[in-house]
Design a protein around this ligand. Structure first.
Ligand code: SF4
Ligand SMILES: [Zn+2]
Ligand SMILES: [Zn+2]
Length: 302
């Protein structure tokens, strides 16, 4: 198969594109998403929430290439043999790409790591909530947090939240997350979160990483549960095989109706947590509740 723009061999099929035209298409899609949805303004300071995995590595690389001011911000949850592996690779990658990197540690910030709370149930929910709060706190001096969520992640989230009847959460899905605009987000203590890879599939991210020698470490978290997200992956891939482009069409279709949906949830405004000052719907945020529950459990087990 040959590239539709030149006579070179195609590395991608829908549509057939060669190495350089594929990279061009990928970068153009990122830039178009940023411009169409006003995700990042010129000169803004960007924190890329980095896991050391392929999506955030690709995001760091492409944003730097497009001329944005990026810093990699990573959290070490304290998961031996998993996050340590990814963070070692991230350190090397950032050094090679001359990207500033900041790593914050659960054990230093909370006094325990995820390995210490394993066996206490609900590991993922706790780990994820504590990580999101830490990123929000550490990114407060940045204008925007960019995350590496791709089209597949977002379609899975959309379907998962519809199935679970979480319509308010489904309403937040979009290249710019949250039900607030950027001024409102700042007022309520959030740093704006954006997803420049929103319209690019996982397959496209993998091809871009391969073509640009971006590290893709094959490691999975020992605590990741067999979630509904993973079960949805199979039927979604089957749908895409039978009808190429359907994932993008569903997400684009949803974007057309998500505006009114977001507005309908716009009235629920968060307060500030009385302990940490972070935005929260209740008096004490879920991260503070989780942290004190864990401290108590760990103290009782000694
Ligand atoms: S899979 Fe779960 S436990 Fe592992 S890093 Fe992610 S949130 Fe934490
Ligand atoms: Zn070409
Ligand atoms: Zn709190």
């Amino acid at each position: 198969m040959r590239c539709i723009h030149c006579s070179e061999k195609a590395v991608f099929e829908t549509p057939p594109l060669c190495k350089s035209h594929f990279s061009e298409y990928f970068e153009r899609t990122v830039l178009r998403t940023i411009n169409d949805f006003k995700l990042i303004r010129k000169g803004e300071n960007l924190a890329v929430a980095s896991s050391g995995g392929k999506d955030s590595n690709v995001l760091l690389f492409v944003l730097k290439k497009l001329g944005f001011k990026v810093t990699a911000l990573a959290i070490n949850e304290g998961i031996g043999g998993y996050r340590s592996l990814l963070l070692d690779s991230l350190r090397k990658f950032c050094l090679q790409q001359e990207i500033p990197l900041k790593i914050y540690d659960f054990r230093e910030e909370y006094g325990f790591g995820t390995d210490d709370i394993a066996g206490h149930g609900g590991v993922c929910r706790r780990c994820g909530t504590l990580r999101r709060r830490l990123i929000n706190i550490k990114a407060a001096s940045f204008d925007v947090i960019a995350t590496g969520h791709n089209l597949d992640d977002e379609l899975q989230s959309l379907m998962m939240n519809i199935v679970k009847n979480n319509h308010e959460v489904a309403a937040r899905i979009g290249p710019s997350s949250g039900v607030f605009n950027s001024q409102e987000a700042a007022r309520y203590g959030f740093t704006r979160r954006v997803k420049p890879l929103f319209f690019l599939s996982e397959k496209e991210v993998v091809i871009y990483a391969l073509l640009n020698r971006i590290p893709m470490i094959n490691a999975s978290c020992p605590y990741s549960s067999s979630s509904m997200r993973r079960h949805l992956k199979i039927p979604i891939s089957r749908m895409e095989d039978e009808s190429p482009g359907i994932k993008r069409r569903i997400i684009r279709g949803f974007m057309k109706i998500s505006g009114p949906l977001k507005k309908s949830y716009g009235s629920s405004r968060p307060n500030r947590c009385v302990i940490c000052g972070q935005p929260s719907k209740s008096r004490i945020c879920s991260a503070c509740r989780i942290a004190s529950e864990i401290e108590e459990k760990l103290a009782n087990s000694h």
